[in-house]
Design a binder for this molecule. Sequence first.
Ligand code: HEC
Length: 89
Amino acid sequence: MESGRKAYEARKCGTCHMVAGKGNIRFPLDGVGGRLSLADLRRWLTDTAEMEGALPRLPAVRMSEWMATNRRINARDRDALVAYLASLK
Ligand code: HEC
């Protein structure tokens, strides 16, 4: 979980998301670990465009576009990020 928090900071997820009052207030991730399954948390990092497409309304800011230019999220970072996100209850 600690490595996930570090990956979250290193990848600058906070430019769009807020956790515990830090980051961008527009898209808070607090409680996301209680709302989404592990599989869906992972899907947000692997099939981002599909997850966006399943939202009631397509957000004006596209995480999928950002992910496309941020390919260095490797499998290890992804696992760590999923564990971190799951801990946000
Ligand atoms: C360019 C902006 C942007 C960046 C950077 C970004 N995201 Fe997102 N992300 C979004 C948007 C927009 C949504 C859709 C939010 C919504 O409608 O609730 C989203 C959704 C999510 C969701 C699902 C949230 C929910 O409540 O269902 C997760 C989990 C997530 N992002 C994790 C991350 C992680 C981890 C990173 C860093 C690796 C990241 N995001 C980087 C914009 C971004």
